[in-house]
Design a protein around this ligand. Sequence first.
Ligand SMILES: [Zn+2]
Length: 491
Amino acid sequence: MKNATFIKAEAKEQIIDLLREMDCYRFDEDGIDLWLDMWERANDKQITEIAEKSPYYDGKCKIVFPEKFPREFDVYGYYNFSDWLRNYVDRNLTEVRFNNLSWKDLSMCYGVLDRYDALRNYRDDNNIAIKEIMVLLDEDESIINNFTDSFERMRTKINNAYDAFSNRQRRSLVNVNGNYYYKEEYNNSPARVANILAEVLNAYDILKTQFLTENGARVLKDHFPEIRFAKGQKLSKAVNAIATKYGLKQDSEWEKEFAKFANAVNPLEVVKWTVISWHPVDYLTFCFGNSWSSCHTIDKKNVRKIKLTNSRSSITNYIDPENGRFYGEKAAGALSYMFDSSSFIYYTVSNKYEGKHYEEQPKESRIVFALSDDYSTLLQGRVYPQCNDDSPDETPYKIPREIVQRVICNSLNVPNLWTIKRGSNICYDYVRSVGVHYPDWEDERNNKCNISYRGGQPKVINVGHDAICPNCGAVHTYVSSLNCYDCDPMV
Ligand SMILES: [Zn+2]
């Protein structure tokens, strides 16, 4: 490895800073030196024979290049827009009220009246004081206050309002999403169109696409016959045409909400820094996501303040329910990968980053890959943060795998031809896993992890290594810390 001494000296400083920041490990400089010697011995061959041969080698154990990624169709953005459209009526038309009561108020009052009647009948039938009933039913004392004459007056008022609604309803009112409006005002308003559009977007899965299909165009034509729609037209353009024709743009929020919608349904290519790394710090920071984490994180106190927004139920065992974060129960896994000679870290970083220390940047996505000794067989571990093992969409796995395969073959100057075998059983057959990492490719739920190979048969890949305590230097298999059990300050 070129510059090994320099790389190790720099990495040592970085690791010391990192562990101090984590504030949950005991270590000294000798311990870090030991780590780096172990890392160098394990990874020197791959770094020299693959990393350094790449035209994108950064001189410090990483291959870095900008890569274009397709951004996925954003279904949530699509539904957020249809929800916003549904509320268009509320925002733009005045709800009809009688005696200052809306239809929803009335419904609620009727609920209270029903309870009142039920309680009163119970009292009459059972010759029991109302207070005792309240105790029996464990009811709020405040409800008792309603059992007065004024409640009867309220009942009259409610009944009058109900009659008024019923009489007017037949002639002039329309119920939209549970509220009443004057029919004439509603029928001639953009709000009606917004409401229909919301229903159409919600009802037809064929519209969830950037470009209209023939059926998609027909559905829109059926509902908005005055506008021309064509197969291949952008959905956002079609929606814009509807909005222009029927005056939807008069809503003050239209511009902002439509821009978000157009953004969601028109997937673009986004450029990201793509990094293939054997750098020692990357093994330690491989779970430092921009908005995600995992049980392998070394940040056991969550000093990085990661808030998990959506976690799958299957991993909630590893999550602190109060703070919604991972405990780092498998923290030692970082060392398992650092000290083996097969695994390396693939990740992406925002293209806004202009520096050179990619290993210190939040990772937008990350995958652990591992190569057999002869570089003919490649293991692809689980994709983070998607982890969409159950989804039919292979893209989150396929794109990075093809990038890594391409880089390897370019460095080795061999044809980029691979055969792929997917699933936990295959991975179990061809990966010999030792050490203290969690082999997510063996997880039965995951049939996306895979082995790909060049030549006749896949070779066995050895992954993982025992950890080394950075305080006492002991080789250990204590999974939940970088330290051994005896040195773990969190015990
Ligand atoms: Zn120790």
